[in-house]
Design a binder for this molecule. Structure first.
Ligand code: FCB
Length: 450
């Protein structure tokens, strides 16, 4: 049997990019510093009862002030690529209009410091922290978002495009529209189809709108956008109803945003609830939706097992979480199933329109114990090794996958779950802001040192 732990970095080839990923709203803190405006996550997490244990992201990892130490630590850990995001509200506190010089300066310093440390920056333009002021005008449900977003992307790419070549337009549109505009469990906490469908359509359009601006402003850009995706299987494979339910959930989670970008249109045939999305179409949208990205970012954490459910509106399907199936699972109740990434990579590779895949996020939250200044997170370490092995397997079989980013560099604000699920390969003591490299982090540093 092949041992995932004996895998070498060199087996992936010279071109393959290895890194770690973070996001502004999860690490920066300094939520009001130097003229920053409020984002929907600042306001949402300030409301009681929205985030577990009423945690908020006002301080988070204090990365805004601590970035030199953190980036230096990345360097010490042999990390050569860091995917991070820009907080829209730092550079445009009002969402549009007058830029905030101090906010712009922060990312200038941050980018320069990465380069100084020999770390290539990979910027995500939108990792969920919409300016609250724009949400007050409808946020993603208002078609004006396309103009607002264009202005923001234009500003960032003009400012940083000389030094930053790797750009991602959106982070996981399915999650921010689904959790934020349908289920109401993420910011901005809106619900139901009348919010979800316009938000979906505008997010789908935003990928091309943003992408075209990046192309225009950044010479030799290496441009992508990222999707959450999970391998889906029916709960009872012999039952036709479960199979069909799994098929619908796959279309919703893995195809809804990808296919219009690839020029295939929305999978309306396979997700009946999408029918009403056409209401938000303008004649030019058919041309605006497709966009040729250099790479597609794959973000995979688990597989989903799906059962037919009469009671679930619109989709008649129910996901059975890992903790209800008596399988190994993480603190998020996500099943540990490394082959999921292999299947997803193969599935996406089968689209001839996709040129290249990069795993822009993968990782796990397990219980971490700090003991004598050490964290032995053996489960996370094994998880990463096994997932990386599955990426290797797909690559061996001809899938053009050219990068892997661990989610995440350090423990941080895990959205509605607060600070308890720790995903970092570096431990953060949130009382003292001390960083402690976990066993998984030491392993990754060693793996990368080759
Ligand atoms: C993804 C998000 C990322 C992080 C991980 C655990 O959905 O993109 O910010 O929260 O999940």
């Amino acid at each position: 049997m092949y041992l995932a732990s004996s895998l070498k970095k060199s087996s992936f080839g010279q071109e393959f990019v290895w890194g770690t990923a973070t996001a502004a709203a999860q690490i920066e803190g300094a939520f009001l510093a130097d003229g920053k405006g409020l984002s929907i996550w600042d306001t949402f997490s300030a409301l009681r009862g929205k985030i577990k244990q009423n945690h908020h992201n006002q301080v988070a990892c204090n990365f805004y002030y601590n970035y030199p130490n953190d980036v230096r630590l990345m360097k010490e850990m042999n990390i050569k690529h860091h995917r991070f995001s820009i907080a829209w509200t730092r550079v445009l506190p009002e969402g549009v209009g007058k830029p905030n010089q101090k906010g712009l300066d922060f990312y200038d310093r941050l980018i320069d410091f990465h380069l100084e440390c020999g770390i290539t920056p990979w910027i995500t333009l939108y990792h969920w922290d919409l300016p609250q002021i724009l949400e007050n005008q409808g946020g993603w449900t208002n078609r004006e978002i396309l103009n607002w977003f264009a202005e923001y992307v234009n500003l960032c790419t003009r400012k940083y495009g000389d030094r930053v070549k790797n750009w991602m337009v959106l982070n996981e549109p399915m999650v921010f529209t689904g959790a934020g505009y349908f289920l109401g469990v993420h910011a901005p906490g809106r619900k139901w189809l009348n919010n979800f469908l316009p938000a979906c359509h505008h997010a789908a359009l935003a990928m091309g709108v943003g992408g075209r601006i990046v192309r225009q402003n950044v010479k030799n850009a290496h441009l992508g956008t990222t999707f959450s995706c999970s391998w889906i299987e029916p709960y009872r494979p012999e039952k036709e109803l479960d199979k069909q339910a799994a098929f619908r959930v796959d279309a919703l989670l893995n195809r809804l945003f990808l296919e219009p970008v690839l020029g295939l249109g929305y999978p309306i045939q396979d997700i009946p609830l999408l029918k009403k999305i056409e209401k938000y179409f303008l004649p030019e949208d058919e041309k605006l939706l497709p966009f040729e990205f250099d790479f597609i970012g794959v973000q995979n954490y688990t597989r989903e097992i799906v059962k037919y459910s009469f009671l679930t509106p619109y989709i008649n399907a129910e996901i059975i979480p890992g903790n209800k199936r008596n399988v190994l699972h993480t603190l998020m109740n996500w099943e540990v199933y490394p082959e999921s990434i292999y299947h997803i990579l193969k599935k996406y590779h089968a689209y001839p329109q996709i040129k290249k895949l990069i795993v822009t996020e993968n990782g796990a939250a397990f219980e971490d114990h700090l003991h004598h200044n050490e964290v032995y997170d053996t489960k996370r370490l094994q998880f990463l090794q096994e997932y990386i092995y599955q990426v290797f397997r797909a690559k061996q079989e001809g899938v053009n996958v050219q990068g892997y980013f661990v989610w995440t560099f350090m423990d941080n604000f895990e959205w509605a779950e607060g600070y308890s699920p720790r995903f970092g390969i570096v431990y953060v003591d949130f009382d003292t802001q001390k960083r402690i490299v976990k066993e998984s982090g030491r392993w990754y540093a060693n793996f990368l040192s080759e």
